[in-house]
Write a new protein. Structure first.
Lengths: 216, 216, 216, 216
């Protein structure tokens, strides 16, 4: 069993490094921004370091923390620091049973959040790709919450708790952060990748349609 | 002869896996969406599984079905499920003698379908790339049918039969599905790839020109 | 000397295949469109085949022709056909001493040609990248001719001869073809690659600026 | 110590070649434009050659110069010429203690500089990505200077000295050059890469938001 757990952790470490290279190519983690975490069993979570070029992270560069983001094991490279998103990652794991959370700095997320225009949400509709989000049909009007940006990432937690309590957002696997990006999650790394691709598609589609019909 | 058929099937399986990686890079099969099929002889068709990351499909992951999409052989990986597009794929193989069909979830297809603006078609014209579609010249006005999206993919069949019966669409190798994407076909995998590239070029060109001249 | 000529031809064949893969990634030769040629000595020119996926062309797939595009040597693969651009390639080699010509089907070329708006030229200005074109400074107003598209590629020759005779276009290494793309040349394959990148940059810059200032 | 210095130089040479391939893919050094330098110790700077395809530069192709850009060692390939940016690179190393400078010809830099609309600066605000610039918070209004283009790159120096003297630009690691591109620097190659990605994100975000709200 220990061997199995060890194997699971190693696969998760390699997959995280691989997905970060993919997300970099997509423009979601440029400029050392963005991040990712992955649960690897009860009370054990792998989190990416902050302030480093995300596409160059090695499997050994991840932090192992518990469910409250308290350090279990640091990477050997002592210059690495735990992501500032750790409190948000823990919140989403706890409140949404997320098995993995992607933090995207994609420009399309920023431009989609602008569409909220003072409201606390953006609604996506009339798109088959909605089916790519767990539990949705293509006829849903899918409300995604938008929170305001704060000076430090940890200060986002209070706003996030509020939208997680709001029933209108029960089915969202995404929280947009104005001027900043998005947190997107799923039951595991692969659902998170799928949700990441689907939500960024929704962001781009909504911006493109809004440009055609500004009043829509 | 059995050996030749076997070789043909293996080449088709490898080519499908390779083309799905290419189509993923182009944004046509993101978020596990989209799909592809390929006929490998009388009454034998390879179809991609649904609900999986399309760029990670292996040659062994494909379903072998007959002309009515009835299962001949499932992949060893028992978690895989046959694509929901199977009825549409069979329809296009039957009605248009398609040797291969691509189902694209590309955003440019969705935005091109929006240009129909209530009509049942989008017309592409004044583009050399029209020559890239079998049988067309660059002076053709090329009408591509647009059908309305449905809750399940199989429910598209009735609308598709109707546009396939409509003589104005006799020369189209594409059916656009509003809010969804496109079905694009050809006599074999390589013509389908060519038609895929040409139609997505037409989609992008039409959207770009429409943005410049909204009233055109 | 024969050995040297042979080596030069082999390098050109490999470089053409490599550049076609690069140009495919840039969207200049999608859907089997576009093409390239390269002079490899007096009265000997390599030309790409037509109607094939350009990014999959092998060094052995090229045609060897003389200065008037008459066949010297066909590729072993007898299904390949000489490019329809051959007469235009020969014209540009003859009239502009081009060592290589790229025929691009890039969408940005089509959209730039639209900016001519009935005139026979598009003028590019106020861009440092103009320096990337042989003989130009960044303060030049660079007039690029636009010809009308024809049913067959060979029919473009008459219009092209006319613009090549027109002194206002003496410094252009590019002819735009309305609704079609561009012919771009240079003294050798590498200058043609550079000119290709520079002209497509000019196309994109002009379209982006025109969208901001439609009346400019 | 000599060995250490030698090793540092070799790593810098390899990293420069690798980053130029990356920057080419991003469209920052197309058409042989753009460039890069890296300090490798007191009074020793590596600079890329001019007029060559930047993504094909080898580690051995760089020039070694002193702090005033006077030649210490030329590459073996005698056809290579020192970048015209050398005086600007030296200025930024001297005045801003830059350990590395990227010169980008990215279209997004040109379009961002257009936003200055006659002023000598563009101000970026309301973006988390501002944190990716050394010393900034996400609530800063970040003024980036814009200088006018000149016939030769060396003639930019006088304008650049002026903006480097201007206290409103003390915190900028970027100078935009109208119709041309940007100079972006950092304490070493990796901070320069990060700043390059962050500033180009700011350029794209500002242009996209300006298109939505032309009067903003």
């Amino acid at each position: 069993m220990a061997a199995t757990l060890y194997g699971r952790e190693q696969i998760a470490r390699k997959t995280i490094a691989e997905l970060l290279r993919l997300f970099y190519e997509k423009g979601w983690v440029a400029g050392t921004g963005g991040g990712i975490c992955c649960s690897i069993g009860k009370d054990r979570v792998l989190m990416a370091p902050t302030g480093v070029h995300k596409e160059r992270i090695n499997p050994a560069d991840l932090f192992l923390v518990d469910a409250r983001a308290r350090l279990i094991q640091s990477p050997r490279n002592r210059s690495l620091r735990l992501t500032e998103c750790s409190a948000i990652f823990s919140l989403l794991i706890h409140r949404r049973q997320a098995g993995s959370v992607l933090h995207s700095h994609g420009l399309s997320a920023v431009l989609a959040a602008d569409l909220a225009a003072g409201k606390n949400r953006v609604t996506f509709r009339d798109l088959e790709m909605l089916k790519g989000i767990q539990g949705l049909s293509n006829s849903d009007r899918h409300a995604v919450p938008v929170v305001q940006n704060t000076a430090r990432e940890g200060q986002l937690v209070a706003q996030m708790e509020k939208v997680l309590d709001d029933p209108q957002f029960d089915r969202s696997f995404c929280i947009l952060v104005k001027d900043h990006g998005a947190y997107i999650w799923g039951k595991d790394l692969w659902e998170t990748k799928r949700h990441g691709e689907v939500y960024h598609f929704l962001f781009e589609a909504a911006s493109a349609r809004s440009a055609r019909n500004p009043g829509r």
